[in-house]
Write a protein that binds this ligand. Structure first.
Ligand SMILES: [Zn+2]
Length: 292
């Protein structure tokens, strides 16, 4: 019962924060405040009434169009709200399952709270970066850099909780060294690809934002998680590129596709979210497969 209720609350909170994310994604690229003015239609400028602002429900009720000027609001709004709602629900569902076990230790409780809250924050930032990169090819420093700092705090907290009964100061140093190594390797991977691309094409292919995003993923997910996100993101990106190529060939507009910039950051973010959701299982399956 508590589990259902808690998950329901997480869905509502997720929808609200997803709605806020939409405001950020629409206004940040224009350097506008996300607090003032209140939500309005970008086409006709009319301020929205409160009931036009309810996550998901309003979009469905209005069939994705402005009530007065009929302008198309776009798919991004409901997708983002649904994504944050679903991701937070998943974390809450896992959390309440973990704390309802009878043999729960105080350490388990703190650990469960930390991972649930941490994953919710990480997922929000990854969805925000995915949308901003997809729409503007832009990964703002004010998400990635604080994201790296939060990731370090998160990992150190987890490590301190895990070593509660041992010498956690010694553990702290080891954790920080491992973390910095993971971030350097992950960001270095992007910088290396950037360098190779520049040497071959004499053109910038990958932005520095992607390197900071990889450092952020490594700070939160460790070296394994960061690299897994990278592999998943590249595979997903390649699939999208193939689909786009097939479409442009079918329309006989080949030639333009190679110059079209794909948002690598968006694919890396999707890889990161998949790692948060199923990373452990994927790595386990990979190890079992490798041991045959
Ligand atoms: Zn309008």
């Amino acid at each position: 019962m508590l589990r259902l209720f808690g998950t329901f609350v997480a869905v509502l909170a997720g929808l609200a924060f997803g709605s806020f994310l939409n405001v950020c994604a629409s206004r940040w690229p224009h350097r506008m405040s996300v607090i003032k003015p209140r939500s309005y239609c970008v086409n006709c400028g009319r301020t929205l009434r409160w009931w036009e602002n309810i996550p998901l429900a309003s979009w469905v009720a209005l069939r994705g169009r402005c009530r007065t000027c009929r302008a198309w609001i776009g798919w991004r709004h409901p997708i983002v709200e649904f994504a944050i709602g679903a991701l937070w629900a998943h974390e809450a569902w896992k959390f309440f399952a973990a704390i309802s076990r009878s043999e729960l230790l105080p350490y388990d409780f703190k650990y469960s709270v930390t991972t649930a809250v941490g994953n919710c924050i990480l997922c929000w930032m990854l969805v925000a970066l995915a949308v901003l990169d997809a729409e503007n090819l832009w990964l703002p420093d004010w998400i990635t850099l604080p994201g790296i700092a939060l990731g370090l705090i998160y990992t150190v907290t987890i490590s301190a909780l895990q070593s509660l009964f041992w010498f956690w100061q010694q553990n702290l140093q080891a954790t920080l060294e491992k973390e910095l190594g993971a971030m350097l390797i992950s960001a270095g991977l992007i910088l290396l690809i950037r360098l190779v691309y520049w040497l071959v094409r004499r053109r910038e292919g990958i932005g520095l934002g992607d390197a900071k995003l990889m450092a952020m993923l490594a700070a939160w997910l460790g070296l394994q998680g960061g690299l897994l996100s990278f592999v998943l993101g590249v595979v997903f990106g390649a699939l999208v590129a193939i689909v786009l190529l097939v479409i442009s060939l079918a329309r006989r507009r080949a030639g333009g596709w190679a110059l079209q910039k794909l948002p690598l950051g968006t694919f890396l973010c999707v890889g990161g979210i998949i790692d948060v959701l199923w990373g452990d299982r994927i790595l386990l399956a990979y190890r079992q497969w490798g041991s045959f």
